[in-house]
Design a protein around this ligand. Structure first.
Ligand SMILES: [Zn+2]
Length: 132
């Protein structure tokens, strides 16, 4: 229990870190970001894995499995490895030929974190909003 930290403290740490990083990058970002990237979503969004890891509902993720829709990219693979997770379960390996996915698989293998596809038994989920 000595390393236990309430989730709200972790979120505050993350917000403070993000703010410091933003201030430090402010001067160099214009030269790092190509202008035609500014109007795309890709440089603004964080991947679901980062969001899940930063907003976890436990003290840490050591020994946990992560279930993802798409195979994690290389950046998320680094986070998963650093978080001490034990397994990656994915639904689809849509970008299996990309450098990001190849690098992620290489890192998982080096870190001895197994990954496996989750074959769903059902192909759809029906949600009835009205029961009449
Ligand atoms: Zn990612």
């Amino acid at each position: 229990m000595s390393n236990y930290r309430p989730l709200s403290l972790l979120n505050n740490d993350y917000k403070v870190f993000a703010k410091i990083l933003a201030f430090r990058l402010e001067e160099v970002i214009p030269s790092l970001v190509n202008l035609d990237q500014l109007d795309t979503k890709y440089i603004y969004v964080c991947h679901a894995e980062l969001n899940a890891i930063m907003n976890k509902n436990s003290a840490d993720l050591k020994g946990c499995s992560i279930y993802v829709t798409l195979f994690p990219c290389n950046e998320c693979a680094k986070l998963i490895i650093q978080a001490g997770m034990k397994e990656v379960v994915y639904l689809c390996d849509k970008y299996h030929g990309s450098l990001e996915t190849q690098a992620a698989k290489r890192m998982f293998k080096q870190a001895k974190i197994p990954f496996r596809e989750f074959p769903p038994k059902e192909t759809e989920v029906v949600l009835k909003l009205k029961s009449v």
